[in-house]
Write a new protein. Structure first.
Length: 141
């Protein structure tokens, strides 16, 4: 189990997590990148422990599609390690705002959604909690 500070409506990440995600986006450009975020949660308080990179089987720059076998393996891993899947990560070419499709899936799967804007080199995090709210990302070493 990972340990760390919890702040209300905040996702805590280490700088190495940011580096892993940015590198994945660069490697997959111009296609959307995607990953699962593993960690611990208490209510809306999140601590990232691991990034589980996923392949975009949609092979698209406008949407992502995670493979069901990879998803199953990620869930098994999180269960073995005693941590949860607390978030979904993906990239957009332009802004880091949720697309119409993202909004639908965010309501179905109310975990933190982290979106990276390739153009702006910026992360934004969101959570569907009766409405879509922005979740501050705190990076620590």
């Amino acid at each position: 189990m990972c340990e760390g500070d919890y702040l209300n409506n905040t996702i805590m990440m280490r700088s190495e997590h940011i580096t892993i995600l940015e590198e994945q986006v660069r490697q997959n450009y111009p296609l959307e990148s995607c990953a699962l975020i593993l960690g611990t949660k208490i209510g809306n308080q999140f601590q990232v422990c691991e990034i589980e990179k996923m392949n975009n089987h949609g092979d698209s720059k406008y949407y992502f599609e995670m493979d069901s076998d990879e998803l199953l393996e990620a869930y098994k891993k999180s269960s073995r390690e005693g941590i949860d899947i607390i978030g979904v990560f993906h990239s957009h070419l332009e802004d880091a705002d949720p697309s119409a499709t993202d909004l639908i899936y965010m309501e179905i799967n109310p975990i933190v959604w982290i979106i990276y804007s390739y153009k702006r080199k910026k992360f934004q995090a969101y959570l569907s909690d009766e409405k879509i709210v922005r979740v501050p990302i705190m990076v620590k070493d």
